[in-house]
Design a protein around this ligand. Structure first.
Ligand SMILES: [Zn+2]
Length: 350
């Protein structure tokens, strides 16, 4: 299996994030996650690590607002130039606003840097440091390269690829960063594939794929589905509910499966089967799977009880769709188990 990966992510190392209550904690979406996955992949006989191709900005602009991308590109340097404390010790800082936009209409996007940050950032866990933009572009290129590698079927049975993306992407919307995510890698890949055929996106990260939902909400050529912790108790809190089913032309082309705390293999697989039936009925040409391992029993950011045997079964059932498939790395923070867990899922696709 081709696995697209770049070391560029290593430069994106925010020194902290901010939890509820204003508590500063070490940034959980860290480089160690990738090391654990790389270790596990190197132990297999089938993982073929490949550097990504640079697709330029056009496929990113096709999904994201250009002013938002310009903000991501410049905000760190603007902030550093304006604040002597940041200039003195850049490694100890992360760029975050303290005021967030309620997106009332009409709304002005202010020209002031921190005002723009409050407009373009949804929370305190998408911390921006010097190399964040560079890492986010490289991560999107991994997803695009993985999409390209499966875009022309050359064999009688479907192929699959894995985009080992960091930073992750599924919380980033058209014009906002959120939850460790800056560019929505899965959506960039899905949109790129949509020019070649129908695409289904099946998000199996523990958290609702709010960014992906927002991006495709009014489209009927990309079916989006997310299985996740119910936003009534879980991040991202304001989106991912069961009654959000798409709008306009996209009505009926989005489906959320909000699941309760403590969801184990049996309950998860039952929801997954429903999702897989929706995908079969949609009959897509391509499948994109934003994949988080934070559904795992023991993940520090999750409440589900999915086991390793569960991941094997999840992988098996998705692979049984028999589609050209791109698996895109999203979350998963039980670092010690992360590599083995993702390999257990991927093994079904090689
Ligand atoms: Zn997650």
């Amino acid at each position: 299996m081709k696995i697209f990966y770049s070391d560029t992510h290593r430069k994106h190392q925010p020194p902290f994030e901010v939890f509820d209550g204003g508590k500063r904690v070490p940034y959980l979406e860290n480089t160690d996650r990738m090391d654990r996955i790389l270790d596990a992949l190197h132990k297999t006989k089938w993982a073929e690590l490949t550097p990504p191709t640079d697709f330029g900005l056009d496929p990113i602009y096709a999904v994201h607002d250009q002013n938002y991308i310009a903000f991501l590109a410049s905000c760190w340097n603007e902030w550093r130039a304006a604040d002597p404390a940041v200039e003195a010790s850049p490694d100890q800082h992360a760029f975050l606003p303290a005021t967030f936009a309620l997106r009332r209409k009409p709304i002005h996007v202010p020209s002031n840097l921190l005002g723009k940050a409050g407009y373009y950032m949804m929370d305190l866990s998408a911390c921006i440091v010097e190399a964040t933009y560079e890492a986010a572009l490289s991560s999107a290129n991994c997803a695009l390269s993985a999409a390209e590698s499966i875009s022309s079927p050359t064999t009688s049975h479907p192929s699959s690829s894995f985009a080992l993306c960091r930073p992750p992407g599924h919380h980033a919307g058209r014009d906002y960063a959120a939850g460790y995510c800056f560019v929505n890698n899965s959506s960039v890949a899905a949109n790129w594939l949509s020019s070649k055929g129908k695409v289904a996106v099946l998000d199996i990260d523990y958290h609702a794929g709010n960014g992906t939902q927002d991006i495709f909400y009014e489209r009927n050529d990309v079916l989006t589905i997310s299985l996740h912790g119910d936003p009534d108790f879980e991040y991202p809190h304001f989106i991912g509910f069961g009654d959000e089913t798409g709008a306009g032309a996209g009505h009926g082309f989005h489906k959320n499966f909000p699941l309760p705390k403590g969801t184990g293999d049996k309950e998860y697989l039952s929801a997954l089967d429903e999702a897989l039936n929706l995908i079969r009925n949609f009959a897509p040409n391509y499948l994109v799977v934003p994949t988080g391992m934070d559904t795992f029993d023991g993940d520090p950011l999750g409440t589900f009880k999915v086991t390793r045997a569960g991941f094997a079964e999840i992988g098996k059932r998705i692979a049984a769709l028999d589609l050209q498939t791109v698996i895109v790395m999203e979350g998963g923070y039980a670092n010690e188990e992360l590599g083995t867990n993702i390999v257990t899922l991927l093994e079904n696709f090689k």
